[in-house]
Design a protein around this ligand. Structure first.
Ligand code: 13P
Length: 339
């Protein structure tokens, strides 16, 4: 199989109607925060137990086509001693890996952030591939303020994402391109639209410069939303209209799939917004790649207790099913009341 065939096969398995991606790639710091909220200590064993719970949930393969994992997970096993990436692969779910090394301040550019992780990337990717990963994820983060992100932050981050994507594709790994524009702040929906338009325009320019094949990437963007402290809320329909307007201007139709992040929305909001986007026609498959919006109810049900594993898995299956319906534009709020 050529590299291009390999990339195409992965895309076809990941981008399917009614299916999306589970983001389970929280760094040690982030998973410790999520566990602290339910008074569970973040030990290696607890992280293994929790991720095994997620990956062995009966029925999720009907709605989940890929899972993004953190490096540690690739070496961990289920209770019956099967490597976790293998657990996913056997169910037809594509195993993936987060490969960026997190973010920090962009020097000499107050309020801007930059993502780390290009050094040694090819070697790390090759190792992850030998452990079963067929796609990767890199997240750029943009904070909105009166003057951020600056044009410097927008071009520097786009360059990093494009270089990462090129390295992935050269090795036969599908890159998830994730520009996250944070929901924090009191900015309006219009300001968010302006930022996402500038960010995505620059990213696709950089991807082109670096010879990245657009048919073999998945975009994982933020929705166009008012900041969480803004005085006016927006309905799912308003969010869908604003998001699709920006995306039609900036994302070439060659991109097969757009899988949104949930970025701090509640599980119900994330599902309703995705559904509103899928009511009309779009040139790309619009789906989900949710972390918190899929996992919050699971953590709440689990509470770190073995006797709650069944209920926690039911909670995951429910959100996966409702988001699968939202991908098809078939979700209704009344479905929240069914198990
Ligand atoms: P959220 O859906 O919780 O934003 O997480 C998605 C993700 O992978 C962020 O990088």
């Amino acid at each position: 199989m050529t590299i291009a065939d390999e990339l195409q096969a992965t895309i076809e398995q990941m981008v399917q109607p009614g299916k999306g991606i589970l983001a389970a790639d929280e760094s040690h710091l982030t998973i410790a925060k999520r566990f602290a909220a339910i008074k569970v200590e973040s030990t290696e064993e607890n992280r293994r137990v929790y991720r095994a719970l997620l990956f062995t949930t009966p029925g999720i393969e009907d709605y989940i086509s890929g899972v993004i994992q953190f490096e540690e997970t690739l070496d961990q096993t289920s209770d019956d001693d099967i490597l976790l990436p293998e657990v996913l692969a056997r169910r037809g779910i594509v195993p993936g890996i987060k490969v960026d090394k997190g973010k920090g301040p962009l020097a000499l550019s107050p309020g801007d952030l930059i993502t780390y992780g290009l050094d040694g990337l090819a070697e790390r990717l090759q190792h992850c591939k030998s452990q079963g990963a067929r796609f990767a994820k890199w997240r750029d983060v943009y904070q909105i303020s009166g003057h951020n992100p600056t044009s410097l932050a927008i071009s520097a981050n786009a360059e990093m994402l494009a270089r990462y994507s090129a390295v992935c594709q050269e090795l036969g790994i599908v890159p998830i391109v994730e520009p996250e524009v944070l929901i924090d702040g009191d900015h309006s929906l219009a300001r968010c639209a302006e930022v996402i338009e500038a960010v995505q325009k620059e990213i696709f320019h950089a991807l082109h410069r670096h010879h990245v094949v657009l048919e073999h990437i998945i975009l994982k963007p933020s929705m166009v939303l008012p900041g969480k402290d803004h005085s006016v809320r927006a309905s799912p329909e308003e969010i869908a209209v604003a998001t699709l307007r920006v995306f039609r201007r900036t994302v070439p139709a060659a991109v097969p799939g757009i899988n949104f992040l949930s970025g701090g929305l509640s599980p119900e909001q994330a599902t309703a917004n995705l559904n509103a986007m899928n009511v009309g026609d779009a040139p790309w498959l619009l789906s989900f790649s949710y972390g918190r919006a899929l996992q919050q109810p699971v953590l709440q049900a689990w509470q770190g207790k073995a006797e709650n594993v069944g209920a926690a898995q039911q909670a995951l299956l429910k959100r996966a099913r409702l988001n699968g319906a939202a991908q098809r534009g078939e979700y209704q709020e009344s479905m929240e009341n069914t198990a």
